[in-house]
Write a protein that binds this ligand. Structure first.
Ligand code: NDP
Length: 241
């Protein structure tokens, strides 16, 4: 079957309605990808679409809750029908939960951290793996955080979820080693977004990196030229180099 964009790279960005996901979606469009933008907030997705169009790119909007695993299975089938492959997956969407002692964390918050930050990414990988393998250079980038490896009081729920998703990503990287798929992890460091403002309400956002600062590294790590597999890249260290 001949599909409409065999020559173009197709990228899926989760959490594309704002923050780092939005900036990355625009950067990927500028780098020549057709970008499938996923999040729950339709208005936010539409604003991302406007930015992509203004940059001369194209997008498909997918308003979807990542907690809906069956919908993620259907998404894989839809991408297969339309494009037959997926070249880049930016597994970016995440929630912070609540910063509190582990013993005070509400079970529903703990469950959501696992559902969005971990289970959804496993369901995505499970659904999209055949499509990534169908690409000449499938690339996956999973968002982590410094607390995944450096436990900090009150960040336990979020940190646990990032440690889990980092391990998930690195295991998948090892499983893909003999294929053309490359799977890596990014720790962006503190970045001026809604999540950061929730975690650090007193901070002046102009004093830390902006989502647009992180986006070029995301586009680079999702390009065919990025051949490293199983790397955990720290934005601050990359920016210094
Ligand atoms: P934001 O809160 O600004 O954006 C989060 C994105 O995730 C939104 O687009 C949101 O869309 C989406 N999302 C959340 N829950 C769901 C869901 N159930 N279904 C679908 N989409 C969902 O966060 P950031 O841009 O700051 O964070 C991006 C990633 O970077 C996260 O994984 C975060 O943990 C990580 N990170 C961020 C740091 C920072 O300082 N900003 C530092 C270290 C890591 P919507 O609400 O529309 O569904």
């Amino acid at each position: 079957m001949k599909r409409d964009t065999e020559i173009q790279r197709i990228a899926l960005v989760t959490g594309a309605s704002r923050g780092i996901g939005r900036a990355a979606a625009v950067a990927l469009a500028k780098a020549g990808h057709h970008v499938i933008c996923l999040a729950r907030t339709v208005g936010g997705l539409e604003e991302t679409d406007d930015l992509i169009k203004a940059a001369g790119g194209s997008a498909t909007l997918v308003p979807l809750d990542l907690k809906d695993g069956t919908a993620l299975d259907r998404l894989g089938a839809s991408i297969f029908e339309r494009w037959g492959k997926l070249d880049a997956l930016f597994a970016n969407a995440g929630v912070l939960g609540a910063l509190s002692p582990l013993t005070h964390l509400e079970p529903k918050i703990f469950d959501e951290l696992l559902a969005v930050n971990v289970t959804a990414n496993w369901r995505l990988i499970r659904s999209l793996d055949p499509l990534l393998r169908a690409s000449q250079a499938g690339r996956v980038l999973v968002m982590s955080s410094s607390v995944a490896r450096k436990p900090r009081p009150f960040w336990g729920g979020y940190a646990m979820s990032k440690a889990a998703v980092e391990n998930l990503a690195l295991t998948y990287a090892a499983e893909c080693a003999s294929t053309a798929v490359r799977v890596n992890v990014l720790n962006p460091g503190g970045t001026a977004t809604a999540m950061r403002a929730k975690a650090m309400p007193g901070e002046d956002p102009s004093t830390i990196p902006q989502p647009e600062d992180i986006a070029p590294l995301v586009a680079q790590m999702l390009s065919p030229e990025w051949t490293e597999n199983g790397a955990v890249v720290n934005y601050r260290e990359w920016a210094k180099s």
